[in-house]
Design a protein. Structure first.
Lengths: 256, 370
């Protein structure tokens, strides 16, 4: 079964390798200046040669990502429970929540720099802004989608509101919560990189900016590779935890 | 796997991840804090110069000062990095913090809002700030003459500015750009008509891949990089084609700061001036201090140190003309070009109306130079 799960990635791997080979051939054939688009082999060599410096810049980004995502999860779940408490709260908060996502984040980033400064707090806030919306909305929808029969059953057994939440609604909301979390995870690394790009001392965003301004295109691409790899790793980790936490659900999904 | 194991694993894996990441980060912070920065060259200022007035030891009380950079560290900033490396700010009683470049908050905004005491801007920026009612004041010219130029690829057949009529210009979205570029083409006998495409990507890349025909860049950075990578360019320095000479970049501060902390600014400018004076005569050593210091703050700041040395060789003799003190500004430069961009209609006030006159002499002062 494991093998089959792994083999299901086969087409993706074949396609990725094919694209990389085409890319390499295209650049080697001299169709495009390596100062505009370097070949994959050159990017890999650049990644290896600059690994120590990239690693130095990767840690701050990773800390911002992981802490920001964690706070976003806590805030998202609490907000989802609040939204679910009463129809009034939902009607009051939900439209504002959606509106908050329509504000161009660049403007918010500039204000955060002026209000808070260049330290990790302003970066965490940006990551949280990116991540908590999908978690809160998915989780709120999950809480609302519980089968009414189950709630009636628990009510007939005289369960309290919190008992219902803890025993039926939260577990039932888990699949939706993980869907939201997976979307948030893919945003989180980009959110952290963007927050550094706006202004900071260290991090992959700063590395990217400085490499660009020094015309070191190979290193720009090396940083992009690292950013993608981090996003994919975090995504994989979330999927793994989902599998562990909801074996019944992921089993059904894989079978479908 | 039992349900209990599953539960513990689902909680344990994220907790472990956080511990590992935060742990590695803190360990790195500690390692960075205890590390000493390479070889340290101690510079003695030339006898007789103002720089000998800098005390040899720092006072016990340091004043914190924030300085906003206009771009990622580069050879325009060398003097500041030299003064940092030589502890001249500290000896003058200043604990200088460099605020990193931000693409969304300009040094002008940081300075006029009081978040930074001083920063780097340009004549265009200062004129636009005054029009918008967020005044800043230039207290030094970092480079004495304008070093910007329009460039085309050597094999493009565009060999002089009048050939640029009807061509594609890769701009950076400033309101005065069109006026300046049009004027250059007209002065060379053209009509001054061209397509202006605002790029957020590296304009030189767009030029090299033939997506645009010409760009406006700094000779001390982009043109030198192009030479180093073997790209042949035609270079038209703007002041050779009828554009009044002007200062860019400048060191700026706010009128409030001038009123409240004139002594701090004077001490700051003494150390800064000594940094640039040193860089004028010691290009190689000064560039090395810039590289070491910037890389210590942020590893990977200069992927290509050769570019920094080449750029410094270009810029060191241009910080000021021979025999002239660094940083001095003339009234002529503060009237010619600012009036030219006001006339072009490219300067707008807060309500979006063109500004046609202002008091230029409020925009600059030499009073803080030693």
């Amino acid at each position: 079964m494991r093998l089959r799960a792994f083999a299901s990635y086969g087409p993706a791997i074949v396609l990725a390798v094919a694209i990389l080979l085409l890319w390499e051939a295209y650049v080697r054939a001299g169709n495009i200046s390596p100062q505009v688009l370097p070949a994959p082999s050159a990017i890999l060599a650049g990644l290896v040669a600059n690994w120590a410096v990239i690693y130095d810049n990767m840690l701050p980004t990773l800390v911002e990502t992981v802490l920001g995502l964690l706070i976003a999860i806590v805030m998202g779940v609490i907000l989802a429970i609040l939204l679910d408490l009463s129809g009034w709260v939902r009607k009051a908060i939900y439209p504002l929540l959606v509106t908050s996502q329509t504000i161009p984040i660049v403007t918010v980033a500039a204000l955060l720099l002026l209000w808070i400064g260049y330290d990790i707090r302003s970066k965490l806030i940006l990551v949280i802004l990116y991540c908590f919306f999908p978690i809160a909305v998915a989780c709120a929808d999950g809480l609302a989608s519980v089968e009414p029969e189950l709630i009636h059953l628990l009510k007939s057994m005289n369960a309290s509101r919190w008992q219902i939440l803890w025993m039926v609604r939260l577990p039932a909301a888990m699949p939706a919560f993980f869907s939201g979390l997976r979307i948030a995870t893919t945003y989180s690394v980009i959110g952290a990189v963007f927050s550094e790009y706006v202004g900071g001392e260290k991090g992959l965003g700063i590395y990217l900016q400085r490499a660009t301004n020094s015309f070191a295109i190979v290193q720009v691409f090396a940083a992009i590779v690292v950013i993608s790899a981090l996003s994919i790793l975090l995504f994989g980790l979330v999927s793994l935890i989902e599998r562990l936490a909801l074996p019944w659900y992921s089993g059904r999904r894989a079978g479908a | 796997m039992s349900n209990r194991t599953r539960l513990w694993l689902s909680i344990g894996i994220p907790v472990l991840l956080v511990i590992v990441v935060v742990g590695a980060f803190l360990w790195q912070q500690r390692a960075a804090g205890s590390g000493t920065s390479g070889t340290h060259v101690v510079v003695t200022p030339a006898p007789g110069s103002e720089c000998t007035k800098i005390p040899k030891t720092a006072p016990s009380q340091l004043t914190t000062m924030n300085f906003a950079l206009d771009w990622t560290p580069n050879t325009n900033h060398t003097g500041i990095y030299v003064a940092l490396a030589q502890n001249w700010y500290r000896d003058e009683g200043i604990d200088l913090h460099l605020l990193p470049y931000s693409s969304s908050v300009s040094p002008d905004v940081l300075v006029s809002s009081g978040k930074a005491d001083a920063g780097v801007s340009s004549t265009e920026g200062i004129v636009a700030d005054a029009a918008l009612g967020q005044p800043v004041v230039s207290i030094a010219a970092i480079i004495q003459h304008n070093t910007s130029a329009l460039v085309t690829l050597a094999d493009s057949g565009l060999n002089r500015p009048r050939d640029l009529d009807g061509k594609k210009y890769g701009g950076f979205g400033a309101p005065y750009e069109g006026a300046v570029v049009g004027e250059i083409i007209k002065k060379d006998g053209g009509k001054g008509e061209f397509t202006n495409i605002t790029l957020s990507v590296d304009a030189m890349q767009a030029l090299e891949s033939h997506r645009i025909d010409f760009v406006w860049v700094f000779e001390g950075w982009e043109v030198i990089q192009a030479e180093r990578s073997g790209v042949k360019l035609n270079v038209f320095p703007i002041i050779n084609y009828g554009i009044p000479d002007y200062y860019t970049p400048n060191i700026i501060t706010s009128p409030t700061e001038i009123q409240q902390k004139p002594d701090l600014l004077r001490r700051f400018m003494l150390a800064t001036t000594c940094g640039y004076e040193y860089a004028r005569t010691h290009a190689r050593q000064a560039a090395q201090m810039l590289i070491d210091r910037a890389n210590a703050d942020t590893p990977g700041t200069f992927p290509d140190t050769g570019l920094v040395f080449a750029s410094q060789d270009f810029l060191s003799p241009r910080y000021a003309d021979p025999g002239r003190k660094w940083g001095l500004q003339d009234a002529a430069a503060w009237h010619g070009y600012p009036q030219f961009i006001l006339n072009s209609g490219g300067v707008l006030d807060a309500s979006g109306k063109p500004v046609h006159s202002m008091n230029f002499d409020k925009l600059w002062t030499n009073q803080f130079l030693p």
